[in-house]
Design a protein around this ligand. Structure first.
Ligand SMILES: CC(C)(COP(=O)(O)OP(=O)(O)OC[C@H]1O[C@@H](n2cnc3c(N)ncnc32)[C@H](O)[C@@H]1OP(=O)(O)O)[C@@H](O)C(=O)NCCC(=O)NCCS
Length: 149
């Protein structure tokens, strides 16, 4: 992800989330030393999705992931997650973690297909009403969740 991708990224972000990240949030990811945001392009060079990865020592985290609504269901999310797993391994992380709304069937399906395990729950985390599901995928041959079950 580069500054020049941000207008397309922000448009996808706005169409994907009820509380979208603002430009400053992405700018922070672009400059933070342990953040590795990247985008997916279509054949014409248009941004169709992005993922923000943070990796520091043992832990890597997917902080944000979205695919343009009209491009969903075509494998872009899978491609982005494959790169995130690869990158987290390259950075030496022992596990990859994320949080997801309990109602987000598409994202949970994607993460489970990558071997993510449900490790915990933050009750009423989103807008005080919806639970956050905490998920982790062990990397580098590690086992199980780092969080208490
Ligand atoms: C979640 C998201 C990134 C998936 O992207 P995508 O490009 O549509 O996903 P893919 O086409 O690569 O699908 C990969 C897998 O995800 C799961 N999946 C995707 N859409 C699904 C749906 N509507 N219902 C159930 N599972 C679904 C399936 O396991 C699928 O694998 P399969 O095609 O072999 O069945 C996309 O729906 C999105 O941007 N949603 C809005 C933002 C968001 O919720 N981000 C995640 C926040 S934690």
């Amino acid at each position: 992800m580069q500054d020049s991708d941000l207008s397309a990224v922000l448009e996808i972000e706005r169409r994907s989330y009820p509380h979208p990240w603002k430009r400053d949030h992405f700018l922070h990811e672009l400059s933070a030393p342990h953040s590795f945001p990247f985008v997916a392009f279509d054949e014409s060079g248009a941004v169709v999705g992005y993922l923000c990865l943070m990796s520091l020592f043992e832990e890597a985290q997917v902080l944000n992931l979205a695919v343009a609504p009209e491009q969903r269901g075509r494998g872009v999310g899978r491609l982005l997650m494959e790169r995130a797993v690869e990158l987290a391994r390259e950075k030496g992380a022992g596990y990859l973690a994320l949080e997801v709304r309990s109602s987000n069937v598409a994202a949970i399906g994607l993460y489970e297909s990558f071997g993510f395990i449900r490790c915990g729950l933050r009750p009423c985390y989103y807008e005080g009403v919806e639970d956050a599901v905490l998920m982790e995928k062990p990397l580098q041959g590690a086992n199980g969740c780092s969080l208490p079950q």
